[in-house]
Design a protein around this ligand. Structure first.
Ligand SMILES: *Cc1c(COP(=O)(O)O)cnc(C)c1O
Length: 410
């Protein structure tokens, strides 16, 4: 939910993408090349992505959602199987599990909003086939704890990396090889949706360390056909192909990869900009007791996809919706990540089951506001936003005296 409208431009819009002349030029060249669908530019984007993440195999897909579905399909996870994931995610993470006919099981979250490994451990059972952690906001999950749980049980880990391109876990890019991990994730799945840290408009990537799994992904990604049309063209125009298994239409086009190639080259700069702007927020808001700020973790690099503010509601006389409306009045667009899965009507039956109780996610949710954070932002816009947050907090502060006397009296 963003508050961007056409007729009232905000001083600080919630998001603006950073597309430069390099991307535009490459798209024009792609159009002029005559090769519009999946071909040489997608192959190059996949190679570049593997080089960046240090994951040996990269499969380009048309969204993170299709990448997650592809990974579950290639692992043959379906009816009777359980997949543990987080309630604090976009609906796609859960939808793909349901589309496989499998059963999503929700584990609760930590203070930082990431899936809690202790809760995962409590929900593992012989039906569990996979765990889908989400690196919320670009902050890596406790992967070591999740890997060791999964390893002990022979369960696959599929990382939802929609926020995590540019994140590092113990010095290695998310999706890359972890020297001592023992059982690395089966797949890491990235999103290049318009608002993500790098974009192809719509798009995604699945990385893996398993060559056979990568071959299965490649096949399932394009109808289950043994060769894509570029391979056939390169193979002196051979018309012959075979359908090896019924697959999907999940391929990324060269027009999209044209954007991705240049966005990836700019990613380190984008991440540095996000990190600098996030640090400025922290500097400007560190002493505001009505809010808690997101923090990076030791031995991780935060990609700062989101700056998720947590309101300290016991210190405020207004709620989150009112806080957001006040920010809007001051020209600042915001969003909320995420409305927890149990609160959507589609998942009501699932949410009612005892194994899906997630009290910490539900109590965190009313406190969450994502502030604008993107490389195209100016430091002045960060200052405007921080000043608005500080003013709203001051104007709606609950007196500590009355709060303490009320607490003592009850
Ligand atoms: C954006 C997002 C997705 C879906 O990505 P698409 O590329 O739009 O399919 C999945 N999970 C999370 C956590 C997301 O934020």
């Amino acid at each position: 939910m963003t508050y961007l409208t056409m007729n009232t431009p905000l001083q600080v819009p919630y998001h603006r993408s950073s597309i430069g002349p390099e991307e535009i030029q490459e798209v024009v060249e792609t159009l002029e090349s005559g090769w519009l669908t999946t071909g040489p530019r997608t192959a190059r984007f996949e190679r570049d992505f593997s080089e960046y993440t240090q994951a040996p195999f990269s499969q380009a897909v048309n969204s993170c959602t299709s990448g997650l579905h592809l990974a579950l399909t290639a692992l043959e996870i379906g009816a009777g199987d359980e997949v543990i994931t987080t309630p604090l995610t976009f609906c796609a993470t859960v939808n793909v599990i349901l589309h496989r006919g499998a059963t999503p099981v929700l584990a609760d979250v930590d203070d930082d909003g990431n899936i809690d490994a202790g809760s995962v451990a409590a929900k593992l059972n012989p039906r569990t086939r996979a765990i889908i952690p989400v690196h919320l906001a670009g902050l890596p999950c406790d992967l070591q704890a999740i890997w060791s749980l999964a390893n002990r049980r022979g369960v696959a880990v599929i990382e939802d990396c929609a926020h995590a391109i540019g994140s590092h876990y113990r010095g290695v890019p998310i999706g890359g090889a972890q020297p001592d991990a023992g059982w690395p994730s089966a797949a890491a799945v990235f999103s290049f949706y318009a608002t993500k840290n790098m974009t192809t408009g719509e798009g995604g990537m699945v990385t893996t360390h398993d060559e056979q799994f990568a071959a299965r992904l490649k096949n399932l990604c394009l109808h289950g056909i043994s060769k894509n049309s570029w391979n056939r063209y390169a193979d002196r125009g051979s018309w012959h192909y075979e359908v090896l298994e019924p697959g999907f239409k999940y391929n990324l086009t060269d027009l999209q990869s044209a954007l991705g190639i240049h966005q990836l080259r700019k990613l380190e700069r984008f991440t540095a900009d996000r990190t600098r702007l996030a640090a400025l927020y922290s500097e400007l808001l560190g002493d505001v007791e009505e809010v808690s700020l997101p923090r990076a973790k030791a031995d991780c690099r935060h990609a700062w996809h989101l700056f998720m503010l947590r309101l300290n509601l016991d210190r405020l006389s207004i709620n989150r919706a009112e806080f957001i409306a006040e920010l809007q009045t001051r020209g600042v667009g915001t969003s909320v990540h995420f409305i927890p899965i149990p609160l959507h009507p589609a998942y009501a039956d699932m949410a009612a089951r005892p194994e899906n109780q997630v009290p910490r996610a539900l109590s965190l949710y009313p406190r969450l506001i994502s502030l604008p954070l993107y490389p195209a932002m100016t430091e002045e816009q960060i200052v405007i936003t921080a000043k608005a947050v500080r003013e709203i907090a001051m104007e709606n502060r609950v007196s500590r005296f009355w709060a303490l006397t009320a607490a003592a009296a009850s």
